[in-house]
Design a protein around this ligand. Structure first.
Ligand code: 5GP
Ligand code: ZN
Length: 118
C-alpha cells in the first residue's frame, strides 16, 4: 500500500534527500535540521508508524538499522562516538510517524541529552 507519509515519499524518491545508504530493507539519509554536525536517520523502507507497531516480521530491517549504524556513523564523520535515538509516540515527542532511528555525533561530546531547538 502506498503511504502519503513524508518518509515513504523519500523512500520512493518523490522528494529529495541526501542519501547515505540504501538496501532492500532500509534507507539512511541526512536529517534536514541537524542538531549536531553528524545527524542522519535510518528508516525501514516499509511503513511502520512507530516502535509500538514493530513486530517480528520486521526484524531484518530493524536488525539492519542497528547493524549498519556504526559504519554509517563513521562514514558520516563520527569517528569517536555517537548516539542513537528512537522517539516513540506523543510522550516520546515523535514528529514523523514513520519509524526512524536518529544517529547523532560530534565531534564534541553530546552532553547528557539532546535538546531540540523549539
Ligand atoms: P522525530 O521527532 O519524529 O524523531 O524526528 C523527525 C526528524 O525528521 C526531525 O529531526 C526532522 O528534522 C526530520 N525531518 C522531517 N522532515 C524531513 C524531511 O523532509 N527530510 C529530512 N531529511 N528530514 C526530515
Ligand atoms: Zn511512511
Amino acid at each position: 500500500m502506498e503511504h502519503a507519509c513524508i518518509f515513504c515519499k523519500i523512500v520512493r524518491k518523490e522528494i529529495p534527500a541526501r542519501v547515505l545508504y540504501e538496501d532492500d530493507d532500509v534507507l539512511a539519509f541526512h536529517d534536514i535540521h541537524p542538531v549536531r554536525p553528524v545527524h542522519f536517520l535510518i528508516i525501514p523502507k516499509a511503513h511502520i508508524a512507530t516502535l509500538y507497531d514493530a513486530n517480528m516480521t520486521h526484524q531484518r530491517a530493524l536488525g539492519t538499522m542497528l547493524a549498519r549504524a556504526g559504519e554509517l556513523a563513521r562514514l558520516a564523520g563520527a569517528e569517536s562516538g555517537f548516539r542513537t535515538i528512537i522517539n516513540c509516540g506523543k510522550v516520546g515527542q515523535q514528529e514523523v510517524y514513520h519509524l526512524h532511528m536518529h544517529v547523532i555525533g560530534g565531534p564534541d561530546p553530546l552532553g547528557p541529552m539532546i535538546v531540540r531547538p523549539q
